[in-house]
Each structure stands twice: as structure tokens, then as C-alpha cells.
Design a protein around this ligand. Structure first.
Ligand SMILES: [Zn+2]
Length: 55
């Protein structure tokens, strides 16, 4: 499926109903009709996308 953030098709499946976007470097999970979006931190952990803006 396309990335829900940027709409890119450059996504890869990384788990069950879990995908990664190579363009904006987010992971997202699809659960029924809901899509949860996560940012991947430098240490590999996931953070809720858009929750806090740390740049
Ligand atoms: Zn994207």
C-alpha cells in the first residue's frame, strides 16, 4: 500500500501488517481501518509520528 504520509509507493513490508516508507522513513501499521504511523529513531526504536517535533 502507499505511504499514508507522503503517498509514495516506495514502501516495504517489515512485519505483519507493518510497512516502512523509504521516502520519508516512517513505519506504519495497518489495523483494520486504522493506520498507525511511527517515526524510527536513530537507535531503532519507534516514536509516535507527529506527537512531538524534535529535529
Ligand atoms: Zn512516505
Amino acid at each position: 500500500m502507499n505511504c499514508p504520509v507522503c503517498g509514495s509507493k516506495a514502501t516495504g513490508r517489515v512485519g505483519v501488517d507493518q510497512y516502512y516508507c523509504w521516502d520519508c522513513c516512517v513505519e506504519y501499521k495497518k489495523h483494520r481501518d486504522e493506520v498507525s504511523i511511527y517515526e524510527v529513531a536513530e537507535d531503532g526504536s519507534l516514536m509516535a509520528y507527529g506527537g512531538q517535533e524534535e529535529i
